[in-house]
Design a protein. Sequence first.
Length: 208
Amino acid sequence: MEGRVAVLASGTGTNLQALLEDAVVGPRVVLVVSDRPDAPALARARERRVETVVLPPSDVAGRDAHDDAIVETLRRHGIDVVVLAGYMRILGPGVVHAYRDRIVNVHPALLPAFPGATAIDDALAYGARVTGVTVHLVDEEVDHGPILAQEAVPIADDDTVATLTARIHDVEHRLLPTVTAALLQGRVRVAGRRARLTGSRAALGGVA
Ligand code: GRF
């Protein structure tokens, strides 16, 4: 797969940072898009001299128009792969169609458990003993597309949202760049809901 990557981020951008620091993915991140002008993720991009575009939904009339603006921006920058790294809006069908099987999302739970924007709090409040991280392709439904990778994170008796979030983030920062590299290296096979990663990035000249 051609390798120009855009990262969409709304918040702190620690996952963006992990992507930027990855030997395979980092050099290919050419654009960071945010819906929020104050997102700290934008500063991380600028520090690395990666171009940034801010697309506040309030600037356009409705979700379809916002999706159109996203697709237009991605096309203008010749983007091949899109990574959602803490992007807190739902992408509409316009974006999903334009980048079918080329949009990756990281979710802080083991889907299909605990979908939605408060997955870490929800797992803790539910009393789950294990939660984790899912990296998946994005389809028309929220937190639903084919799963590319999952890793479990046990919940300790004395965990708080803060301590659990920190351990989940550590896993995200490893898993998201690994899976994104696989996608860029053409090592992802998708058959219906079932996806698998083939080979290893080391075998293809990447850095493990
Ligand atoms: C991550 O926990 C990710 O799973 C969720 O949003 C959070 C983003 O964190 N979708 P950051 O902005 O990358 O630090």
